[in-house]
Design a protein around this ligand. Structure first.
Ligand SMILES: [Zn+2]
Length: 108
């Protein structure tokens, strides 16, 4: 991996941890951190690590660590999936839940 990508991923991780830490008391700071995460990921052309990806709006950068910043619904039509909606910009993210189901039944 090229150096600048490693640095970018490192900064993304730090910013997401920062956003998590300040989400409740300083949500506006957390939002700034989230926006920065998007900018860094785009510039360095790195993917946001999966463990953070689910906690940030891909469109506006709102960290979902902020209470009440998103809504979650589980849809069971056709295939089971979770629908996450960002309350700031209205972006809708769908996460299929099939893989998780399988993983769960394996561990049983
Ligand atoms: Zn958004």
């Amino acid at each position: 991996m090229r150096d600048y990508r490693r640095i970018a991923l490192d900064r993304i991780a730090r910013l997401m941890e920062f956003a998590k830490r300040h989400a409740v008391e300083r949500p506006e700071l957390a939002r700034e951190a989230g926006k920065l995460v998007l900018r860094i990921a785009r510039k360095a052309r790195v993917r946001i690590p999966i463990r953070y990806k689910r906690f940030i709006c891909r469109k506006c950068g709102t960290p979902f660590y902020i209470p009440g910043s998103f809504t979650v619904r589980v849809r069971d039509r056709r295939s089971t999936h979770v629908v996450i909606r960002c309350k700031t910009c209205g972006y809708i993210k769908r996460i299929p839940a099939i893989r998780e189901k399988r993983a769960k039944s394996k561990t049983k």
